[in-house]
Write a protein that binds this ligand. Structure first.
Ligand SMILES: NC(=O)c1ccc[n+]([C@@H]2O[C@H](COP(=O)([O-])OP(=O)(O)OC[C@H]3O[C@@H](n4cnc5c(N)ncnc54)[C@H](OP(=O)(O)O)[C@@H]3O)[C@@H](O)[C@H]2O)c1
Length: 346
């Protein structure tokens, strides 16, 4: 049994970790933190979690918590993970950070986009970007996982094989992504109130979303040269889910069938990437509650553009499911453990 601790268990990704880990028979949750709900039983805050009636939220006191587990999930706002991760690593623990704090390798780039200096730039090189489809071998031996962002997961997976194979013009990538409101976390914010979001649909952070440098970093690594993208995010009036539509000019003519074959070949052994058949594109309901990323592709022969459409659940493959997939890999547990049948309907 591996001992697991969740920092930030009262938030959306933290509670999603609790939901999925309830299905895992090779771990034991030894603690969970919340500052606002410290002292409360988990099922007092989340009545559906009656299985956790024995577990109480506690304050994030690093000296106390670092003795409690082998693996720590940090489901905290960005900027809050750095000191905690550094102390846990020093104590010889494994850390899976769901925030953006260790995703960007260049500390000055982190500072530019997150408006605060990185406190532990030396850890950025040690951190492994936790996208198993690309970094599985490195994840196996990592002590610090930078769990990918939700939008980046939905964008990098479909684009990766076409960039690797140099099939698209790299300066032509346009990404149009839409997310449900849980993407912004559980904290109160007027713009996320029911009446503001319901029956509306809007773009936000146009040309300045903080996931831009993360996506560009990973696409650039795949290409072996610097890539910039146009990335526009939208807020959907749904609880969960991300749908990304990606456009790129083709360098050489390929058909829709060939584009789909490239995706299928790349991901044929991947348990959580599903490539659609010709004529089909995925919707949010394909992935609700699950750890899957579905990808569809169409070549527009009139414009010589490749159009990729991907869907994920932002809280699962976009956060907590992927974090547990990483934990399974690190621990040498079957990678799909607790993650295969999570679907929610409707
Ligand atoms: N939501 C998503 O779809 C998603 C996807 C991928 C990655 N992420 C990333 O995952 C992280 C968590 O996101 P979330 O959506 O779960 O956020 P959230 O719902 O706002 O939850 C934040 C958690 O952090 C705790 N917390 C806040 N400030 C703290 C502090 N100063 N010290 C200690 N604990 C503190 C909160 O506890 P209290 O009970 O005290 O408030 C809560 O448990 C973020 O970095 C986010 O960017 C989110």
């Amino acid at each position: 049994m591996f001992k697991v601790f969740i920092c930030g268990g009262s938030g959306y990704t933290g509670s999603e970790l609790l939901r999925i880990l309830a299905l895992h028979d090779e771990i034991e949750i030894t603690g969970v933190t919340s500052e606002k709900s410290a002292g409360m039983a988990v099922n007092e805050l989340f009545p559906a979690f009656f299985i956790y009636s024995h577990l109480k939220f506690e304050n994030l006191d690093i000296d106390k918590i670092k003795k409690k587990a082998d693996i720590y999930f940090l489901a905290l706002p960005h900027g809050k993970s750095q000191k905690i991760a550094a102390s846990l690593l020093e104590a010889g623990k494994k850390v899976i950070d769901l925030s953006a704090d260790f995703r960007i390798k260049d500390a000055s780039c982190y500072e530019k986009w997150y408006k605060t200096p990185h406190l532990f730039p030396s850890l950025l090189n040690d951190a492994v970007y936790g996208l198993p489809e690309i970094y599985r071998e490195k994840i196996k031996n990592a002590s610090l996982i930078a769990n990918p962002g939700c939008y980046p997961t939905s964008v990098i997976l479909p684009l990766y094989p076409f960039i690797k194979k140099r099939i698209i013009e790299i300066d032509s990538i346009v990404v149009d992504s839409k997310s449900g409101t849980s993407g912004a976390g559980r904290k109160a914010e007027v713009t996320l109130n029911y009446c503001e979001v319901n029956e509306d649909f809007r773009a936000y952070n146009v040309a300045k979303h903080r996931h831009t440098p993360e996506i560009e970093q990973e696409l650039s690594f795949a290409f072996g040269g610097f890539i910039t993208i146009d990335f526009t995010t939208h807020l959907l009036p749904v609880n969960r889910g991300i749908l990304s539509t990606i456009y790129a000019k083709l360098k050489k003519k390929i058909s829709t069938k060939e584009a789909l074959e490239i995706l299928k070949e790349t991901y044929e052994n991947e348990p959580f990437v599903k490539v659609m058949d010709e004529g089909q594109v995925p919707s949010l309901k394909y992935v609700k509650g699950t750890n899957y990323c579905y990808i569809g592709a169409v070549v527009n022969e009139r414009t010589d553009r490749l159009i990729l459409i991907s869907t994920i659940d932002n809280l699962v493959k976009g956060a907590s499911g992927q974090a547990i997939q990483n934990m399974n890999i690190i621990c040498g547990i079957e990678e799909t453990k607790a993650l295969k049948s999570l679907a929610l309907t409707p």
